[in-house]
Design a protein around this ligand. Structure first.
Ligand SMILES: [Zn+2]
Length: 373
């Protein structure tokens, strides 16, 4: 039986306002402010892509509900929830490191977390729908139990996983985080638990700088249930495929999850302004397809894809199209103009400089290398 795929979306996600980026120099000189990276247009372009590519007719449209305080308390502290509520009401813009809010943010953040709960209800109760794409904002994976951070207020996938465990009695849930940034909030929340295997693949030495290292493997009962995979810039589609086949698939097969939730930030894409990992639509299609097959093998197809980051308005929808193609198994007949040529063996910078010197040394003089190396 081919399981159906749901698309959870609500136009209220557009009402969360992160404000503008503004650089001020000495003397009060200001560069023309521009929209914050995490903005409502990200949602509009993804929605348009789903509708205009023809994918929408293959998806079952669903609406989210707001997570209650009881739902949030499964993973967040009461003081954190109260702080988010109070600061939003007071109109504070930054209510945690790089977590920009507006007056409506708290409600929309509950809706974002509730969307993952709705996705859990769907894959657990509906016999026909076993795969969900939750198109949500604000994102969640940097939010820890007690802190908002990096555009995130409540940890959406963690709220969903905790709900699946408590409400549906699941014993093993996988959270795979392929956002280009480390899912530090999710790691923090489940660090001492063995019922949620958290795997994060992210750009090395990036954000947050103080977490995401390979030696962070979990603690106490959770030891061995936290996996960090920091990868170098330029990893690309083939590099991701190598990581999925050689590490991620074996982890998931051995853990035998009853549900897989993906923190799906498509900000590892080739044109993203804040990453250098060079993944294309084909790479994202491969990743979602691989996870769909693993879900079919291990957990009766139960797979939830929850949107996290992704900031290039031109390519985010194309990268996300790849995700939905992989999730549904349906290919959109459209040629990606941004497909990258297969890389030759990369040269080092020293080789590149030597090559130029060798061709140009007949015409120009160069300093002895040892004088500046
Ligand atoms: Zn990110």
């Amino acid at each position: 039986m081919i399981h159906k795929t749901s698309w959870i979306w609500d136009k209220r996600f557009l009402r969360h306002d992160t404000g503008k980026i503004q650089y001020m120099f000495e003397g009060g000189e200001v560069v023309e402010p521009c929209e914050e990276f995490e903005n409502k247009h990200r949602m509009t372009v993804i929605k348009e892509m789903i509708e205009k590519s023809g994918l929408a007719k293959h998806l079952v449209r669903q609406s989210p509900y707001e997570a209650t305080e009881e739902d949030l308390l499964r993973i967040h502290t009461k003081s954190h929830i109260q702080r988010v509520q109070t600061e939003c009401k007071a109109g504070t813009r930054e209510i945690g490191p790089e977590a920009y809010a507006s007056s409506e943010t708290e409600h929309i953040a509950r809706l974002s977390a509730g969307a993952v709960m709705k996705a859990v209800d769907t894959v657990m109760k509906d016999g026909e729908i076993r795969k969900v794409y939750a198109q949500i904002r604000p994102p969640g994976h940097h939010a820890s139990s007690d802190q908002a951070m990096g555009f995130c207020f409540y940890n959406n996938v963690a709220v969903g996983a905790a709900y699946a465990i408590e409400h549906y009695g699941l014993e093993r849930v996988v959270i795979l985080d392929w956002d280009v940034h480390h899912g530090n909030g999710t790691q923090d929340i489940f660090y001492e638990r063995d019922d949620v295997l958290v795997i994060s693949i992210h750009e090395e030495n990036y954000f947050p700088l103080e977490s995401g290292q390979v030696h962070e493997v979990g603690q106490g009962k959770g030891e061995g249930y936290n996996v960090n995979i920091p990868v170098p810039s330029m990893t690309g589609d083939e590099g991701y495929q190598y990581v999925f086949e050689s590490i991620i698939a074996p982890f998931i097969s051995q853990f035998e999850p009853e549900l897989i939730i993906i923190s799906a930030g498509q900000d590892a894409n080739a044109l993203d302004p804040i990453s250098r990992l060079m993944v294309t639509r084909e790479g994202f299609k491969y990743m979602a397809n691989k996870m769909r097959k693993l879900a079919e093998t291990h957990c009766e197809g139960r797979l939830i894809v929850a949107q996290e980051g992704g900031y290039n308005l031109a390519y985010l929808p194309i990268a996300t199209m790849g995700v939905i193609e992989g999730l549904t198994g349906i290919d959109v007949n459209w040629k990606d103009p941004h497909v990258l040529p297969k890389r030759k063996t990369p040269t080092t910078l020293f080789q590149a400089v030597d090559d130029v010197m060798n061709y140009q040394k007949r015409f120009w003089k160069f300093a002895e290398k040892k004088s500046f190396c």
